[in-house]
Design a protein around this ligand. Structure first.
Ligand code: G3H
Length: 541
């Protein structure tokens, strides 16, 4: 069957979907977690629809998935009070608890959420259209991230459990919590990227208010009980609803001590300005990116094409790390384009649970129109869609459009498309891609493809000063999660990795004393009799 025919038949009747993935009852979520209580919401709710359409006798409609509460300023401030009370200016039981005990709570949480893996994976597919393989990966990667975080914390704790004596001063230097942390993740990794900030913030002794992203909300519902049962009251609180209504009052209260936000720089700017004393709030931000790839004239074509398929189109290009603009040397351009478009044509598209599926429907309302507009604008300025069926649309599904040759007059040259549109520019002078990267508003990563080590070395040295990861013959990516993940310019603030995240949500604090007999005796007593969790030489194995 030709691609266009297959595309026409993409959406099917509900009973043709395997029983295993069918969602028979909608999730009518009314509960939200504040101060250890799962409260029941009686106010307005938000309907949630899937990007997957269901075929009925004579029409197609988006599958209704359920509803979640649209809380107001009042509940948001209740969540803030609960988190602030649990923190109690650093005197609460959670921030003063030993690391070992905090780890126990997190381990308990992990064992509880593992039980709802299938539910969460299924909701990831229905809510954001992520393929089964990628949804399972997202869940498992999150569990691995949590266990790696626990190991990294033990390591950190071991190195800080000793005293330092310097210039007649005895000191014990550890990391202490910051206070109330507001965590907001993005829709493309609603579980993983929320938890890569929430868990480190939590385990370092902060208390949390957590708002799920706009899309990918219901998949957090099966985790609510686990939060409630694993942590003391007020340590984790959840809020739902419009950012303007519930996040603005939180930020303008001045009581948020750290904001972990993965989203757009536009929203991040607004939130930063809302805090009355921004220097009192630590901002940990993962924002837009427009990662470029530079394909040199001697690149290994098979490897380059393979990495570009992943880099440009994994999860339909909806990754902050996706390759969003390609610079290909003129000498190799024609061969690259041919092989790349052939590879794109072989990609399987379908519904998230279809076996081997790579391309799936897009969850953002209006996204296919936006992508079509980008393509139209590029065509107006001289680009062509060079792959057969490129840009073909069926409701929420957009078939990848490969654009060539792209130039600086086109919107897609600068805008982060965050979807399956692939802009490609030819170049002869290496200054062309370098200039692009320098002038870009973003500075997350870059990929270089080629085999000449002199040429690659000449590019690495200046480019590490423009972006935060230079990938050689490899697509851009965040992982492994132990590697630092950050960006320059409008791409990020703060560094995340398993270890960096523990540091970013804590501050170095120390107990110090001049080395004299009285002080030595006091310290010895505290340590010997285990009077303090901070001033202690205990370490966790
Ligand atoms: O959306 C941005 C993600 O952090 C990218 O992660 O490179 O593992 O897909 P990834």
């Amino acid at each position: 069957m030709e691609i266009n025919e297959k595309l026409e038949n993409l959406f099917v009747k509900e009973d043709s979907i395997s029983q295993r993935f069918q969602l028979n009852t909608a999730i009518e979520q009314r509960e939200y977690l504040i101060n250890g209580q799962l409260k029941h919401w009686q106010g307005p709710v938000q309907d949630v629809y899937s990007p997957v359409y269901i075929k009925t006798a004579d029409e197609y409609s988006q599958k209704f998935l359920g509803q979640y509460p649209l809380l107001t300023e009042k509940e948001a401030l209740e969540a803030l009070d609960a988190a602030a009370q649990a923190y109690n200016h650093g005197r609460g039981s959670w921030p003063t608890l030993s690391i070992q005990n905090r780890i126990k709570h997190v381990e308990e949480f992990v064992s509880r959420i593992k039980l709802v893996r299938d539910k969460v994976v299924n909701l990831l597919m229905w809510e954001i259209g992520k393929s089964l393989t990628d949804s399972e990966k997202e869940f498992d990667r999150t569990i691995a991230y949590i266990t790696d975080t626990i190991d990294a914390l033990k390591e950190l704790d071991r190195t800080s459990s000793k005293f330092v004596i310097e210039q007649g001063v005895i000191g014990q230097i550890r990391r202490a919590s910051l206070g109330v942390v507001l965590c907001m993740g993005p829709y493309n990794y609603p579980l993983n990227e929320t938890f890569t900030t929430l868990i480190p913030a939590l385990i370092m002794g902060n208390t949390i208010i957590f708002k799920p992203p706009k899309l990918g909300v219901l998949l957090h519902q099966p985790l609510l009980k686990a939060f409630q049962e694993s942590f003391p009251k007020g340590v984790v609180n959840t809020v739902y609803g419009s950012g303007q209504k519930i996040i603005s009052p939180l930020m303008s209260s001045g009581k948020i001590d750290a904001l972990a936000f993965i989203g757009s720089s536009k929203v991040a700017n607004i939130l930063q300005k809302q805090h009355p004393k921004p220097h009192r709030c630590r901002f940990v931000l993962g924002l837009e990116a427009k990662n470029a790839s530079i394909i040199l004239d001697d690149a290994d074509l098979d490897l380059t094409v393979k990495e570009h398929v992943l880099g440009t189109l994994s999860y339909n290009g909806q990754r902050c790390t996706a390759l969003k603009i390609l610079f290909v040397h003129k000498i190799i351009a024609e061969r690259f384009l041919e092989k790349y478009t052939d590879a794109v044509e072989k990609l399987k598209f379908g519904l998230p649970w279809d076996e081997g599926v790579f391309l799936t429907p897009l969850p953002e309302p209006g996204k296919t129109d936006y992508l079509a507009e980008l393509v139209k604008d590029a065509q107006k300025h001289g680009a062509k869609v060079i792959n057969k069926y490129g840009g073909l649309t069926n409701k929420s599904f957009y078939y990848p459009a490969v654009l060539y040759p792209v130039n600086s007059k086109m919107k897609v040259y600068k805008e982060e498309q965050f979807g399956p549109v692939v802009p490609i520019l030819p170049f002869e002078d290496i200054e062309v891609p370098i200039k692009y990267i320098i002038e870009s508003s973003y500075g997350q990563q870059v990929s270089i493809f080629g085999v000449n080590s002199d040429m690659i070395a000449d590019l690495i040295d200046p480019l590490v000063n423009q972006v935060c990861r230079v990938n050689i013959n490899s697509q851009c990516q965040r992982g492994p999660d132990t590697f630092p993940f950050t960006g320059r310019k409008d791409s990020a603030e703060g560094t995340l990795s398993v270890t960096d995240a523990l540091k970013v949500f804590s501050i170095r604090s120390l107990a110090a004393a001049k080395e004299n007999e009285i002080n030595k005796e006091i310290i010895n007593q505290i340590v010997r009799e285990r009077k303090s969790n901070f001033l202690s030489t205990d370490y966790i194995l």
